[in-house]
Design a protein around this ligand. Sequence first.
Ligand code: UN1
Length: 497
Amino acid sequence: MAISLETKKLANFIDGKWVEGSKATAVINPASGEEIVQVPLSDASNVDDAVTAAKRAQKKWALVPAPQRAELLYRVGNLLKERKERLSQLLTMENGKVLEEARGEVQEGIDMAFYMAGEGRRLFGQTTPAELKNKFAMSQRVPVGVVGIITPWNFPIAIATWKSFPAIVAGNAVVWKPATETPIMAYELAKIFEEAGLPNGVLNVVFGTGQTVGNAMVHHQDIRVISFTGSNDVGRNIAADCGRQLKKVSLEMGGKNAVIVMDDADLDLAVEGILWSAFGTSGQRCTACSRVIVHEAVKEELENKLLAAMKDLTIGDGLDPSVKVGPIINRAGLEKIKDYIGIGKNEGAKLLEGGYELSGSGYRGGQFFAPTLFTDATADMRIAQEEIFGPVVSLIPVSSLEEAIEVNNGVSFGLSSSIFTQNVNRVFQAQRDLDTGIVYVNAGTTGAEIHLPFGGTKGTGNGHRDSGVQALDVFTEWKAVYVDYSGKLQRAQIDVD
Ligand code: UN1
């Protein structure tokens, strides 16, 4: 029996109050085409209200000792744990990912809560010797102030926790714009914060479009950091706008991730890794595998094994436990995938399996796309260079590890990569030379754990990381403090004797 929401219309959460927007739009279940709830389409004045509340709340919140701020995150973690099943079902309804994956995503949020709560007792700075006698020197992390977070629909709760939890434990206040496709996780998380006793204004949720709400956040002078996960085009514009305002910005903008399969690989394991990372979440992960760089000696065998395994992929509503691949988020996403099938064929890649939309009685009003396998792709083809964000994977044959690494690195993104090999020398060479932020050995390209840094090189981002202790660098400033207890003026670099 599916879970239902107690409201037909979500509201913004501003200064601890639930505030309706003047306009609203429907949130559609991508597996059925049915409306689940209405979400507000807010405007710049809602953003301004949220920032005003956040600014006021942050001053007090920063003075709460960090271990106490952390206790609140423990409570949030416990509530997430209690509601894991409810949240997972709602997540499948709004995003489409299969229930098992939804549970995994909610678990990422739970893990992040307990991990970042632990940081409340660390938030380490450094004490260091000073150059001069009777002088003390240290550095410490301090909150930035009001931070803006903009999160995508593909991981509506996990990514939100990667950003909001470190921001809050570090003493900031947050203004959050979730994706309009998946606002239910934001609504539920805000309710959990409210119940956990977060002071009014420390977390504010403003629903709406990027053009209106996102833009107002990026240009608001009292928001000092923007942390964004989403498309490359939008991210570049945000970075340019923030650059002009000298606003700190952290970006995560996707990948063109590859699995390398060497001639000594355990091919059955490689097939499992490829299937899970290429077709899980219908390929709609930043970390999804969309290229398989295969040694020519095992190419045919791998193709055959992949084709056989793909036959078992049941496609449909993620709430059905027999389904392995859920729907595509919306019509625009599906049309983009279809375009890339045409592009791949025109470029001369060979379509081995899939390549079409699934419709008909079993699929109700949802958008579904058949898991797709191209082979004989070359590294420079558009299907091997551009992010498709769907269940489409292209095999690229190579003849050596060096060539595999060159192909892996020859794209404008650098999020995740993987190698299947039994040879320890190749393992170490690959982990050194693959120029991605995440490298897997004998596993697919997905499945990052929250206590490690998440992000990538080149077009994937701008040098910052989500999650891990590194996320604190986005949401804190470093302050260097010198205490001179000599009782006289000591000039640095001069009075050294
Ligand atoms: C994303 O696709 O943006 O590593 C996040 C993974 C997940 C997170 C993916 N833990 O695949």
